[in-house]
Ligand binder design. Structure first.
Ligand code: ZN
Length: 318
């Protein structure tokens, strides 16, 4: 039932730090695309809080870990809101009622409710009550791939944990094992859209160093006429620069709309992005339109020099 390959190790490392500091919350909502390992990670967390040989990660070998992995632990409940049998109102009421009772044998009772957005409104109130009046030694983990469909009242009572698609997450792990720092690995994995080959190629091309230089040249160095002229004559290099700028400003828009920094592609440039996020929305959309326009000229093999200089005007307009 449990598949270790699908556990999100980045999220588990975070849970493990929280557990070590006794700072785990009583309710989490795991949000991410289908098949991004949410349920497997929830089960791994259930093991972590109950493992007989407490370490940074669950041992996977003790009787408790094995029972949870095989779905036979009496205090670890998995409710699948997709499954009409398990989602019967009386079943859920009964299970949530169990949060009030003593555990059979676990240190912490764990309730995992999958695809919470499917939960029928009749049980939502019971769940809300459970979330509002947490009992000690109970952990509730909800999962969803459509957070927009989950009641605000439920969301606001849980700590939200976001999952990246599993391909992206596997690449981050792979790059980290190769000695690449977390922030950089995250950037490479997301920027390559979850394609391992492309991520490695970008790493080999020193894309991060390049990105930092490009941002310095385009955004902060006022004497870069030569750089712009060079770019206009080098379509390949220009495409890299425009692609990076576009994703940089997409991040800026996200920040401006209140997204957490964990949602950003360029997590290593937060300071620079915050500076730009102070600008008016109209300014930012002008910049983005000009990046797209310049890219279009290059794609059509037209002279983009004027367009690059106009882009610089917009970047520096204040
Ligand atoms: Zn164990």
């Amino acid at each position: 039932m449990m598949n270790a390959a699908e556990i999100n190790t980045t999220v588990m490392e975070r849970f493990s730090r929280l557990a070590a500091n006794h700072r785990l919350a009583h309710a989490y909502m795991l949000v991410g695309p289908r098949d991004s390992g949410k349920t497997q990670t929830a089960l791994s967390l259930a093991q972590l809080v109950n493992c007989e040989c407490p370490k940074a990660q669950p041992c996977g070998q003790c009787a408790v870990c094995l029972k949870i992995a095989s779905g036979n632990h009496p205090d670890v409940y998995v409710i699948d809101s997709d499954d009409p049998e398990s989602v019967k109102i009386e079943n859920i009421r009964y299970l949530l009622g169990r949060t009030q009772l003593r555990a059979y044998e676990a240190k912490t009772k764990v309730f995992i409710i999958r695809n919470i957005e499917q939960m029928i409104s009749q049980v939502a109130n019971t769940l809300l009550k459970t979330l509002e009046e947490p009992t000690t030694n109970t952990l509730i983990i909800l999962t969803t791939s459509v957070p927009e469909a989950v009641l605000d009242t439920i969301q606001s009572r849980c700590h939200i944990v976001k999952f990246l698609p599993s391909a992206v997450n596997r690449i981050i792990q792979f790059l980290k094992e190769g000695g690449i720092a977390e922030q950089d690995a995250h950037f490479l994995a997301v920027y390559s859209e979850g394609c391992l080959g492309r991520a490695c190629q970008l790493a080999k091309q020193d894309i991060i160093l390049k990105r930092n230089r490009i941002l310095d040249d385009m955004l902060f160095n006022r004497r870069q006429d030569d750089f712009l002229k060079e770019l206009s004559g080098d379509p390949l290099q220009a495409a890299v620069v425009l692609g990076l700028l576009l994703s940089f400003f997409r991040d800026v828009l996200l920040l401006k709309s209140g997204a957490p920094s964990s949602a950003l592609v360029h997590q290593g440039c937060l300071k620079e992005q915050k500076t730009f996020a102070l600008r008016e929305m109209a300014d930012l959309s002008l910049i983005i339109r000009q990046i797209v326009q310049t890219k279009k000229l290059l794609d059509e093999h037209l002279n983009a020099r004027m367009s690059f200089f106009l882009l610089r005007e917009y970047l520096w307009a204040n």
